[in-house]
Design a protein around this ligand. Sequence first.
Ligand code: TXA
Ligand code: MG
Length: 300
Amino acid sequence: MSEPVARAVAILKRGGLVAFPTETVYGLGADAASDAAVARIYRVKGRPAGHPVIVHIDAAAKLGDWALEVSDSARILAARFWPGPLTLILKKAPRVAGVATGGQDTVGLRVPDHPVALSLLRSFGGGVAAPSANRFGRVSPTTAEHVRQDLGGDVDFILDGGPCSIGVESTIVDFSSGDPVILRPGGLTKERLEEALGCSVPVKGVGLVRVSGQLESHYAPRAMVLIAPPADSGRMADDLRSKGKRVALLGDKDVAAPLLYASLRRADESGVDVIVVPLPEEEGLGLAVADRLRKAAGKR
Ligand code: TXA
Ligand code: MG
């Protein structure tokens, strides 16, 4: 265990908050078994209490310790894609703290694919509840510096593992009411999920289950975000500039998953009024990017 990981483990054990890198985005972690520690995550994020957080564990083999009634399909996905950018929603085992699940009888579980995160989880031994390490509703952090800028002194320690390789959050697959449903497209593509299960897996719209990423506005920079129809973005930006707006025009490369959030943050820092973004093809990781851009552009 490295010295920073040892320090992070000690902080988690005394109920503190540790930001840590994953392959998707940085998480704001607390001991999942401690209601008081998890409650602090909500306070720091400014997150409404009804929104459950993902519990991170260190191995697919431990799924049975955290969830009940795990179906064969859920086991197949865990065995095949963990560690990786996949969160499974399952019936919770009694040991899961009520605060982490937002009072629901289900739990979101994930094994992150990042050496620092895995070292932290193995050394800590328990589950680490962690939402993305940003203030509620804002752009997720993909570097330790983003976390520092967003949360500063409100987090006890930040583990720096460099920039996140995937750059968008995990794909959330809900098994709690039988057949799998994608609640949030993410780093594991729908195509790969369907190939592993041998059936189609629908993407669910707003439903009964409370998923914060399904509010109309989420993942939002301060500037207004405008989605441009293909080939129209340059003209749209010029129009806005001629009306006196300060505009950032992002290209296809800027909104590729690994750069997406950093690009939105950079545009914001440059002080523009409007960020014009192109919508990618909705296949592969483009499905998750398009979802985030729509939410970033959503009604405030
Ligand atoms: O990639 C990720 O998933 C990152 C890293 C840190 O692991 N985490 C992340 O957490 O994106 P967060 O809290 O920003 O988003 C988790 C989403 C929320 O929309 C939450 O409502 C949903 O997962 N969620 C968690 N537990 C759930 C449950 N039991 N039922 C339904 N949705 C759940
Ligand atoms: Mg988030």
